[in-house]
Design a binder for this molecule. Structure first.
Ligand SMILES: N[C@@H](CCC(=O)N[C@@H](CS)C(=O)NCC(=O)O)C(=O)O
Length: 232
């Protein structure tokens, strides 16, 4: 039986991971359809004019073509929040809501630019294309670009379990989705320097909402990266 929601993208995308976690948290069933950014299929281009994944189709709205689709993880999560408000992943309080949006943005741009473009791609994209992984670029990112980004999150958390309030919000999901990207290749930041951030990530990774994506990523990583890189 097909689900009414279909996610176009790749499980290895941190933005797809974020959407999958929100879908799972809200108890929404969904199908996944692989779209590789290395060779974007022609049918996908009108759905995502910026050429990015993920995009979501709601089959109850339209079964094919760009109608019934939403692209961009933040737009998709905003849609899902309206479609299935309970449980909420965006805080009800106005100020908390603003903070959650900021942390979502911090993860989607700050962490993604460093961890994705500076670490994940130079290693995994090269491996996918049977080239030597660019470990030097990844090492520079790990040691120079990521620490100040982690410092901000460490201070923000300050020993708490969640970034905002007492429940999982889009802030926790967005940050953990991006940190998972670097964790898969190089492990976690140093626990003695970033204790709150590491504890937060470990708890989020073990959360039910990440399990479907974790299982698929684990399989891919076991094939391409049987051992994590030491980038310190
Ligand atoms: N703001 C977008 C970013 C999505 C994004 O950058 N996805 C990456 C894959 S992880 C992508 O599609 N990149 C294509 C490219 O850079 O050509 C979102 O939140 O969905």
């Amino acid at each position: 039986m097909t689900a009414s929601l279909v996610l176009y993208g790749s499980s290895l995308s941190p933005f797809q991971r974020k959407v999958e976690a929100v879908l799972a948290l809200k108890g929404l069933d969904y199908d996944c359809e692989e779209v590789s950014i290395m060779v974007l299929p022609d049918w996908y281009k009108p759905i995502s004019p910026l050429g990015r994944i993920p995009s979501l189709r709601d089959r109850d709205i339209a079964e094919e073509g760009p109608a019934g689709t939403i692209t961009d993880s933040s737009a998709i999560c905003g849609y899902l929040e309206k479609k299935q408000p309970d449980p909420a992943v965006y805080p009800a309080d106005a100020f908390d809501h603003g903070q959650a949006l900021w942390l979502e943005e911090y993860a989607d741009t700050g962490l993604a630019m460093a961890g994705g473009l500076g670490l994940f791609r130079p290693i995994i994209f090269n491996l996918f294309q049977r080239k030597e992984p660019d470990v030097e670029t990844a090492r520079k990112t790990w040691n120079e670009k990521l620490p100040p980004l982690w410092d901000y999150l460490e201070q923000y958390l300050d020993g708490r379990s969640f970034f905002i309030g007492e429940n999982v919000t889009i802030a926790d999901i967005s940050v953990a989705s991006q940190i998972a990207q670097t964790e898969m290749l190089a492990g976690l930041p140093d626990k003695s320097r970033w204790p709150s951030l590491v504890a937060h990530f470990e708890a989020m990774k073990a959360h039910d909402c990440f399990q479907r994506n974790n299982a698929v990523c684990d399989k891919i990583m076991a094939k391409f990266v049987p051992e994590k890189y030491d980038l310190s």
